[in-house]
Design a protein around this ligand. Structure first.
Ligand SMILES: Nc1nc2c(ncn2[C@@H]2O[C@H](COP(=O)(O)OP(=O)(O)OP(=O)(O)O)[C@@H](O)[C@H]2O)c(=O)[nH]1
Ligand SMILES: [Mg+2]
Ligand SMILES: [Zn+2]
Length: 334
């Protein structure tokens, strides 16, 4: 038996880094990948602390016996025990989309760990336009770091923020230059990158798996596959708490109603004089519509489904589409 950290999930294997090197200095082992573990049915994620058994030292193989309780979980990309989420978006190629960025920030905020914001490809915009974005995002509550992997600007600043021990996760849309940043931080890795394409200059989903890389002793950075549309939370009340601007306003004033959803209601302490107000309202609408649909689903009588005024027989469970919530909302392959 030994304890280890899950570094990567590959097709059929899970690569773990041993807490203590093996008898001949082995650092890593390959474990057969069971997607779910034993009776608990728990899923293994990159970043999980695990116990391995049945170790075959010469072959460097083992099996995962148990997963330690998690301190945090980023849902997508799925990474356990992260201590920092670094959201990366490009200033250009692809163009910065405030709603998409907001969705990434909301996913990051849900973990409860520190959130960093990195604006990539700073070489593609004039300096004053870059600073204007930085200023705007300061209003959202984020001190965004401008970087250019190409010119190597801001890379040392990023390294400084990622030096502390822990697991940082780099996430964001495809093609924004996440892997390029990792290469700028550790050139010897030569992680695969590829050019954006099409009218919208979208990425080509080059990175396929989440993988942890060491930046400094005890400091790990996960590169992750880009995707376009992170899911929103299910709970409308929880949504508001994920906006730093709302948290800040609620720290100094209280709304008249306890369950206020901050929709310009009388006595609302949040108000509407902030940049992301309309983005918040649009996310809230989506979450409320989602909740309404879920409630409708719950009202289905056994074996029958309400469809307009009619009730239709339910499809065999095995034939049904996965629920809308589970289904990926993305328009790309993800
Ligand atoms: N101009 C410019 N191009 C960059 C910069 N960083 C990355 N790129 C280019 O952007 C393209 C995409 O870079 P990747 O690093 O593969 O992007 P990614 O975010 O890892 O994409 P996925 O793995 O698909 O999620 C490549 O052609 C890079 O050369 C930069 O700082 N400036
Ligand atoms: Mg990549
Ligand atoms: Zn309110």
């Amino acid at each position: 038996m030994a304890t280890a950290l899950v570094m990567a999930l590959e097709a059929n294997f899970c690569r773990v880094q041993l807490d203590q090197p093996g008898p001949s200095g082995e650092q890593q082992l390959l474990c057969v990948r069971r997607t779910r573990l034993g009776k608990t049915g728990q899923q293994i994620c990159v970043g999980d602390q695990v116990t391995v058994e049945g170790i075959d030292w010469p072959q460097q193989r083992a099996a995962i016996a148990a997963v330690a309780p998690r301190r945090s979980l980023l849902q997508r990309p799925s990474v356990a025990n992260c201590t920092r989420v670094v959201v990366a978006v490009a200033l250009e190629q692809p163009q910065l989309d405030p709603l998409q960025l907001t969705r990434f920030l909301l996913t990051a905020e849900r973990t409860g760990v520190a959130v960093e914001l990195v604006l990539t490809k700073a070489d593609l915009l004039p300096a004053d336009a870059c600073q204007a974005w930085q200023e705007r995002l300061r209003g959202w509550g984020y001190e965004a770091l401008l970087v250019s992997a190409q010119r190597r600007d801001g890379v040392e600043g990023l390294r400084e923020r990622l030096q502390q021990p822990g697991i940082a996760v780099l996430c964001g849309p495809s093609g924004v230059g996440k892997s390029s940043l990792l290469n700028a931080l550790r050139p010897e890795l030569q992680v695969r990158v590829s050019a954006v394409s099409g009218r919208l200059q979208r990425g080509r989903h080059t990175t396929r798996h989440v993988e942890l890389f060491a930046l400094a002793p005890g400091a790990l950075l996960a590169d992750s596959p880009g995707f376009n549309r992170p899911d929103l939370p299910d709970d409308p009340v929880a949504l508001a708490a994920l906006f730093p601007e709302i948290r800040q306003r609620l720290a100094v004033g209280a709304c008249r109603y306890k369950n206020c959803l901050h929709q310009d209601d009388p006595g609302c302490a949040v108000g509407s004089d902030w940049d992301r107000h309309l983005l918040y309202r649009s996310c809230l609408e989506t979450v409320l519509a989602q909740a309404r649909r879920e409630r409708l689903g719950a009202h289905q009588t056994a074996g029958l489904k309400q469809r307009g005024h009619r009730q239709e027989p339910l499809l065999d469970q095995r034939l049904r589409q996965p629920s809308r919530r589970r289904r990926r909302q993305d328009d790309g392959e993800d």
